[in-house]
Design a protein around this ligand. Sequence first.
Ligand code: URA
Length: 279
Amino acid sequence: MRLAKFLAHAGVASRRGAEGIVAEGRVTVDGEVVTDPARDVDETSGVALDGRRIAPEPHEVHALNKPAGVVSTARDTHGRPTVVQLVRSPRRLYPVGRLDADTTGLILLTNDGKLAERLTHPRYGVKKVYRARIQPARLSPRALEALREGVELEDGRTAPAEVRQPAPGVLELTIREGRKRQVRRMVEAVGHRVVELERVAFGPLGLRNLEPGKSRRLTKPEVERLRRLSEPRSGRPPRGRAKSARAPRAKPAAKPAGAPKPAAKATRGRNPRPRRPQR
Ligand code: URA
């Protein structure tokens, strides 16, 4: 990890602040003054500030039931509330992946960068379960099948998903990827629209009785389960697409606030033809 990041994670300062501290020559690594904030260090490197050893911060993982209107970034340039503000912790936490501002439900926050990376990278194939209210309410068997097999989106075909329609107008989708607005785009690709979206499970964790806006710190056994879940399994090909094999992601052009959300590009012939909304 970069030295400045290590210091920031230890709670010394922000990453930018830590870079300044390093540049001032106040930081040593194994007794040697280091002024390069990019120096690669870990907890065994003997990092010290003003002669005092810096201990790495203990790791925490929290589960939050994100309400609508809250953004899942550490800071928002538009001044909207953030998921970080809803979790009480002395640590510098950041969200594990993203939920759209209008999506509700389970989001994890942690200061453990390695765990966060593993939980979000498609290679580890961690399941996320979403419950969507959709319109029109009834999906054809063909649309269900298309969602299960994978639909063609502008950034490539989606991996197979588990899909259930427990009631008309309700769709439960289990996916192992985490592309931008993926569920909404998948549903649009088969001619429907998501009117409400909630994430109800992340790996082995469900929302249980967590009220919207409330969070709780995960127990040690829960964190252990998450760690084991995202351990690379030897001899087993990773799920999802390897980075190198991945179709290039289309970079969405900047849109003025209030602009319509990008529509999915449904490929006719593979995905069912989008149907007109019914009443
Ligand atoms: N898929 C979406 O479309 N939105 C989310 O917030 C998460 C998954």
